[in-house]
Design a protein around this ligand. Structure first.
Ligand code: SF4
Length: 278
């Protein structure tokens, strides 16, 4: 591993955690099989994620220490490895199954974009998921690909997003990205995942109203699944104790089926289909 001496800045004018240095990691397998339903392969240009969502369970799944999750490692050789492995393959590639393929590092390194350029001539479908409107940079390529483009929106409340997704673009930018992608004729959807137990009925109403206005035809729902140790990890962060307590209490108290049914009913009233994630 060597260091690429890049300094990362968010571009929406709000304070962000200190930008990490980015390391490089060599690609062993570019297109491992995916166990997620509907996906044949997984493609992850980065290890770790600067979006730093407090509810992220990827570190627990990948067994990377939670404290190191924000330290991003870039698979800079991934486009070349992909070019070799993709020949003869068919099916759907899940882009960003473990980390966000449009985190800020991508603005500088363009690994995701170069991978898409390798995929286009081979005709495989791509199912991408991100929290960043940087995805709009690659609209030209998504228009040539089959598949779906997903943006995660867990609420449209900036305060909730700042608290739980401190390094990610604010919800308004994600909503505008969805609008732009549907305007361009792409099969765009919002992943409401995790469905946060903190949400009130007013939050749900605002989210349903806002997302319905983007022109998307469907949303995907994923439940909040705290991993063992997650609340303790959140509490150990600077100023994290209060957030951990709030989230844990809401999780314990919430009638989850009630929240989920409410969301489904409200989206259905707007004519949007709800599907379950994974
Ligand atoms: S964007 Fe996804 S991978 Fe990145 S920290 Fe948030 S939940 Fe984890």
């Amino acid at each position: 591993m060597s260091n690429l001496d890049l300094f990362l800045m968010m571009d929406d004018g709000r304070p962000v955690p200190k930008a990490p240095r980015i390391g490089e990691i060599r690609t062993k397998v570019a297109l491992p099989p995916s166990r997620l339903p509907g996906l044949d392969y997984a493609l992850n240009p980065y290890v770790g994620c600067q979006h730093d969502c407090l509810y992220c369970y990827a570190p627990y799944v990948t067994k990377r220490p939670r404290t190191e999750w924000k330290t991003v490692l870039a698979r800079t050789d991934l486009p070349q490895a992909l070019a070799k492995e993709i020949r003869g393959k068919k099916g759907t590639i899940g882009l960003g199954t473990v980390t966000d393929p449009y985190q800020e590092a991508e603005r500088h390194l363009l690994i995701t974009r170069r991978c898409l350029m390798e995929i286009v001539p081979h005709g495989l479908s791509v199912s991408v998921l991100t929290k960043s409107d940087l995805i709009l940079r690659d609209l030209d390529l998504y228009k040539e690909l089959k598949g779906e483009v997903g943006i995660t929106v867990t609420s449209v409340n900036d305060d909730i997003s700042r608290m739980l997704e401190p390094g990610a673009p604010l919800p308004g930018r994600r909503v505008e990205a969805l609008r732009k992608m549907t305007d361009e004729g792409l099969n765009a959807y919002a992943l409401i995942g995790p469905l946060l137990p903190l949400l009130t009925e007013k939050d749900i109403d605002q989210m349903v109203e806002t997302l319905s206005s983007t022109g998307i035809k469907w949303v995907m729902l994923d439940r909040f699944r705290p991993r063992p140790g997650m609340f303790d990890d959140i509490a150990r962060r600077k100023d994290g104790a209060e957030v951990a307590e709030k989230l844990e209490n809401a999780h314990r108290a919430e009638d989850y089926h009630g929240l989920e049914s409410l969301l489904r009913r409200k989206f259905s009233e707007k004519g949007l289909r709800c599907v379950n994630a994974f």
